[in-house]
Design a protein around this ligand. Structure first.
Ligand code: GDG
Length: 462
């Protein structure tokens, strides 16, 4: 088996998966690497006064990790700038929040070059290189410039936007031309794959074959959809842990017989948190009979706090949650519990299990692992109901959820009402279908299918 060199912006394998507070990507990549020999390379998250390119190598939680520090200008221009103020909002269709500053683009190119220089000495002849996410769209091009001939794959964790949206990005052609230096470009959904193909055909004048071989600008590569999954076995173990049991009990006692609606998200404008709160407000306005009988728990861990749009969102959520509780709470009922602190993974598993409704309503999402974790955590004899946005990448894989339009308050409120009164038989039937998919299309299946296509020579494809 070839070695796998995984490259992503940050490198943070959990030391102990059950107690980790890491997000889904970190868990998925750590799981992917544990079974291969290989290295995980990326930014340490630290900024040095001056950039040295010095490599630090460590072994964490069974995974070899190699990191470099960046400098403060890199953090501002590459990370806070081009990655999180330009590409993230644009790829989530938020052109209103997208900032285009020349210095961001320059910093992005510089850091992609630094990543290439940093990882180059670690790459051996037969290694497979697997690059992750929107921070590193230019990395294959930089590695090719340094003479790397290995097979290099890229996986985009967020959506690829429609052509009209994407072409608002200055220098969009250069970005995609650089991307074509990868041997395989993987997306979460067919929808993203089609959007990319549409761009190749209509903007670059290239071709895309039935089986995803792309030819454009004198380059040949391959595209495909590889929906990411969760480590369902590890999650099952977390659900059975004492910490999960104790959190489930805490939830049960504190709910005092009320039905619980749960949201778990990074505090990010793509997750539709404000719209979700407004839908809940609508539900309480329209259905006074539900007062005192339901509660919503929203866990929203703080994220990208240096970016203004995230600070603004946090303020708005504070306001709306305060208004809802001010208007509806009574001496012994708080309708909305809004929590910004993170929980350990095993605690979270117990919280998911205790919730009658999992409310996952992003405005746009590459996949959304919370939807899959919620399903994996349910009690087969008394499962909760998943309400899922049609704009989550997970939606096509999870049609047995109650699928909603997250911008429609009425639609979301009605789905909550329906979920609250859904008979046990229907809950079970929907959950069984969902759980089967979550177990089958898990993180191992995702990794193996991507790596298998990356290993396949392009010439045999056409
Ligand atoms: C990107 C894409 C795609 C949340 N709160 C806590 C906690 N979390 C964990 C969840 C889940 C992860 O964070 C969030 O993953 P998502 O998939 O929902 O979203 P993003 O962070 O935006 O991830 C997304 C993903 O990449 C993978 O490709 O699905 O579309 O945007 O695993 O459990 N974990 C802990 N405590 C918390 O309080 N331990």
């Amino acid at each position: 088996m070839n070695r796998l060199i995984v490259i992503s912006n940050r490198v943070n394998p959990p030391t102990d998966p059950s107690v980790a507070t890491s997000g889904g990507l970190a868990m998925a990549l750590a799981a992917a690497l544990r079974e291969y020999s290989g290295i995980w390379f990326g930014w340490s998250g630290e900024t040095a006064e001056t950039y040295t390119g010095q490599l630090s190598i460590d072994r964490i939680g069974g995974v070899t990790v190699a990191t470099i520090d960046l400098d403060e200008q890199d953090r501002q221009e590459y990370y806070n700038g081009y990655a999180n103020k330009t590409l993230w909002p644009l790829f989530h269709y938020r052109t209103d929040l997208t900032a285009y500053e020349r210095s961001f683009g320059v910093g992005y190119e510089r850091v992609n070059g630094r990543f290439a220089q940093g990882v180059r000495p670690l790459i051996e002849a037969d290694d497979l290189v697997w690059v992750h996410d929107y921070h590193l769209l230019l990395l294959a091009q930089e590695l090719r410039r340094l003479g790397v001939k290995n097979r290099i794959g890229f996986f985009l964790h967020i959506p690829w936007p429609g052509r009209r949206t994407f072409t608002t990005l200055p220098k969009h052609r250069q970005l995609v031309e650089a991307l074509l230096d990868y041997d395989l470009i993987g997306f979460q959904t067919e929808d993203s794959c089609d959007a990319f193909a549409d761009y190749v055909v209509h903007t670059l004048g290239g071709t895309v074959s039935e089986d995803g071989v792309v030819q454009a600008r004198g380059k040949t590569t391959r595209i495909g959809a590889f929906p990411i999954g969760i480590d369902a076995e590890a999650f099952d173990a977390a659900v059975r842990s004492p910490a999960a049991e104790s959190y489930r009990e805490r939830m049960r006692v504190s709910a005092a017989g009320r039905k619980t609606i749960l949201g778990v998200d990074r505090l990010d404008y793509s997750k539709g948190l404000e719209e979700r709160f407004l839908a809940y407000e609508q539900l309480l306005t329209d259905h006074p009979e539900l007062h005192e009988h339901v509660l919503m728990l929203q866990i929203a861990i703080l994220s990208r706090e240096e970016v203004d749009a995230y600070q603004d969102l946090r303020e708005r959520l504070d306001t709306v949650s305060g208004r809802i509780n001010g208007a509806f709470a009574s001496v012994d009922w708080v309708p909305l519990r809004y929590v910004n602190r993170p929980y350990r993974r095993d605690e979270l598993a117990g919280i998911y299990r205790a919730a009658d409704i999992g409310l996952v309503t992003p405005l746009r999402d590459g996949m959304n692992l919370v939807a899959k974790e919620y399903v994996a955590a349910q009690d087969p004899d008394d499962p909760g109901v998943l309400i899922l946005s049609e704009f989550a990448g997970a939606a096509p894989q999870m049609p047995e959820a109650l699928i909603v339009n997250p911008v429609s308050r009425e639609d979301v409120a009605e789905a909550i009402r329906r979920g609250l009164s859904m008979p046990l038989e229907e809950r079970k039937a929907r959950w069984e279908a969902l759980a089967k998919g979550v177990r089958k299309e898990n993180v191992t299946a995702w990794r193996d299918s991507f790596v298998a296509v990356l290993e396949r020579p392009l010439l045999t494809a056409a």
